[in-house]
Design a protein around this ligand. Structure first.
Ligand code: ZN
Length: 412
């Protein structure tokens, strides 16, 4: 106030002096005039009236400031607040004019800054999404809050206790920005979706427990006999674990507890091992028919199914590796070689005297229909084609068009 007072006195004195110099006629009244002016200044100061600079900005009178520097300082703080030098171009050039005003009407620097922002179209109040302190996007607060919440919930596990955080330091803050920097909903959504979300979920899950199978062999039943004594039943267990994921991918898991709710029931199967006794004569007769085993003993892993086998299996199955050679059990003529539905790739040989043999589920065929083959000649390669659950040879002997148990014919 002292400064203003002093300035005004000096200004008034200077004006008075000029007045005296220019108006010699009135000099004699100088003393009286001086006293009058001083009295006037004192009355102005005591009433709270002062001089200032009217700020005309973007075609409007937006403020009165004590000094021009108040505007310049406010402009600098607006640029700092928006955080980009490009902001400078958005702020219009003001014009100042000296004016008389009340002291209460003078704007301080921060109010001046607010007035600049309010009257500058290119600057907007906005919320910003920051990642590790850097602005990722400017957008509406509600929109940002919604997107952030949606992103955090995205990898929640249903019916679990979930807690999510961003891997980076993500914040929504208020501030000013260039209006052109405000992103559209789609743009912000795309940016937010790229943020990594760490979700920690306490999950309790139920899983089935497989049952095991026990095979009981009995010599009281013939080979091929198979009966399920006890049906297997799956068990049930629960597991509670804290699972940590980043964008849905599991990164850590700590099992808190495991509990078996229901124990599995073991499946029990009874299989016969007895060689059919009715066959003493029949076996000798079968053997005399002159068939040999269609596979090398070394390439037979096991007999995976006998005749009958509790399911009307009309063949003998030899499990082995894909590609193992399959031989003609007896010399004859190939009457079929190709794809045959459930049999997969198969070969049928006619041996005369009403006998035929079938070799099924092959991976490759080595003979063509119409070919004459000798006993022991390779006709196919073992495979897993057609209705087959594992690599094996399904070998049939047919007599007058019907399958007969091939085991006694080939010494099994
Ligand atoms: Zn079979």
């Amino acid at each position: 106030m002292t400064v203003i007072f002093k300035d005004l006195i000096e200004e008034t004195l200077s004006k008075a002096s000029k007045f005296i110099n220019n108006n010699k006629v009135l000099v004699r009244f100088a003393g009286f005039a001086l006293v009058s002016v001083i009295a006037l200044v004192i009355s102005i100061v005591s009433c709270g009236i002062t001089v200032g600079f009217n700020v005309e900005y973007a075609g409007k009178d937006i403020a009165v400031v004590k000094k021009v520097s108040v505007f310049e300082d406010a402009k600098a703080s607006v640029i700092k607040c928006v955080g980009t030098d490009e902001c400078d171009a958005q702020i219009a050039k003001p014009s100042f004019s000296l004016t008389v005003t009340t002291k209460d009407s003078l704007l301080c620097e921060s109010d001046m800054a607010d007035a600049i922002i309010e009257n500058t179209d290119g600057i907007s109040f906005s919320s910003a999404l920051t990642v590790n302190g850097k602005v990722l996007a400017y957008a509406d607060r509600e929109e940002l809050d919604n997107l952030v919440n949606t992103a955090l919930c995205k990898y929640y596990v249903k019916d679990a206790k979930n807690n999510s955080t961003f891997v980076d330091d993500v914040e929504v803050v208020e501030g000013y920005c260039l209006s052109e920097d405000i992103k559209s909903s789609e743009q912000v959504k795309a940016l937010v979706s790229e943020l990594k979300v760490k979700t920690v979920s306490t999950v309790t899950s139920e899983t089935e427990v497989k049952y095991s199978t026990k095979t009981i062999y009995t010599s009281k039943q013939e080979r091929g006999y198979q009966k399920v004594k006890t049906k297997g039943e799956k068990g049930l267990k629960t597991e509670t674990a804290v699972v940590e994921t980043v964008n849905g991918k599991e990164t850590a898991k700590t099992v808190l507890s495991r509990k078996v709710i229901k124990e599995p029931v073991q499946k029990v199967v009874v299989k016969g091992t007895a060689i059919p006794m009715a066959s003493a004569t029949a076996r000798a007769k079968a053997k005399s028919a002159g068939f040999i085993c269609p596979m090398n003993k070394s390439s037979i892993k096991m007999v995976s199914a006998y005749w009958g086998d509790g399911r009307g299996h009309k063949a003998i199955d030899f499990a082995g590796d894909v590609g193992s050679p399959i031989f003609a059990a007896k010399a004859g003529k190939v009457t079929f070689s190709g794809w045959d539905g459930n049999y997969g790739y198969a070969v049928v040989i006619d041996h005369g005297n009403g006998y035929q043999t079938r070799y099924a589920h092959a991976s490759a065929l080595c003979v063509k229909k119409g070919a004459t083959v000798s006993q022991g000649q390779q006709v196919a390669k073992l495979g897993n084609t057609g209705r087959s659950t594992g690599p094996h040879l399904h070998f049939e002997i047919l007599k007058n068009g019907s399958q007969v148990n091939p085991a006694p014919y080939i010494g099994y």
